[in-house]
Design a protein around this ligand. Structure first.
Ligand code: SAM
Length: 214
């Protein structure tokens, strides 16, 4: 997702109280518990887009702190606007490329990672950029608590098959694998729809999901 360049979006982000300033990011490892009102588990979403999922999750789970990560300012701006409409004390944002995620979260500091409708990067030479790739799993391995896990949803079957191969290669274990999430009543309990999930499921595309841990 890359919205048209919205003029002033970088400035709006720099001024937003909901966004961790870029210059502060490398000081963040080990400090996340103090950056929120309450010390409680930390869940992150990588590639949150306009932030509908993470905003809803933060509202429904006030006993968890959430951080939404997005690469593009113009997209992040939409998530900020949502927060301006409905402020939540347990949600913050970061504008960054998740490739550098181990510079921002300390070892074992994160309790759960959500990947929703990640960009597919279909060319083989770009496989390392896919968020469920083994290169990214190694980064998640570092920042995740030992009991933490990764949840991934997509309608892209090729990307999902790739993700299943990559997790096996790194010896992660699957608690859940489904190729049709919306047909599974049990798994749908508490499911929060993302913007892309709503769009693709309404077109009749089945949604794949895994939950994996080491
Ligand atoms: N998660 C949202 C949803 O399900 O509606 C948005 C999905 S959209 C296809 C993928 C988003 O991930 C885009 O906004 C993109 O900018 C962001 N993204 C992709 N790679 C990223 C990376 N390496 N670091 C941070 N954000 C990334």
């Amino acid at each position: 997702m890359r919205l048209r360049n919205i003029s002033g979006s970088r400035e709006a982000i720099a001024e937003s109280p909901y966004v961790i300033p870029e210059a502060e990011l490398t000081q963040c490892p080990g400090t996340w518990a103090e950056r929120f009102e309450k010390k409680q588990p930390l869940f992150i979403e990588i590639g949150m887009g306009k932030g509908r999922f993470i905003h809803t999750m933060a509202k429904e789970h006030p006993d968890v702190n959430f951080v939404g990560i997005e690469k593009y300012s113009s997209v992040l701006l939409r998530a900020i606007q949502k927060m301006e409409e409905e402020e939540l004390p347990n949600l913050k944002f970061i504008r960054m490329d998740a490739e550098n995620i181990t510079d921002v979260f300390g070892k074992g500091e994160v309790n759960r990672i959500y990947l929703n409708f990640s960009d597919p990067w279909p060319k083989d030479r770009h496989a390392k950029r896919r968020l469920p790739s083994k290169e990214f799993l190694d980064r998640y391995d570092y920042i995740l608590d030992k009991d933490g896990w990764v949840e991934f949803k997509t309608d892209n079957r090729d990307l999902f098959d790739f993700a299943l191969e990559e997790m096996k290669e790194r010896d992660w274990k699957a608690d859940v694998v489904t190729f049709d999430l919306h047909a599974d009543e049990e798994l749908m309990k508490g499911n929060v729809m993302t913007e892309y999930e709503e769009r693709f499921s309404s077109q009749g595309n089945p949604i794949c999901k895994y939950i994996i841990r080491r």
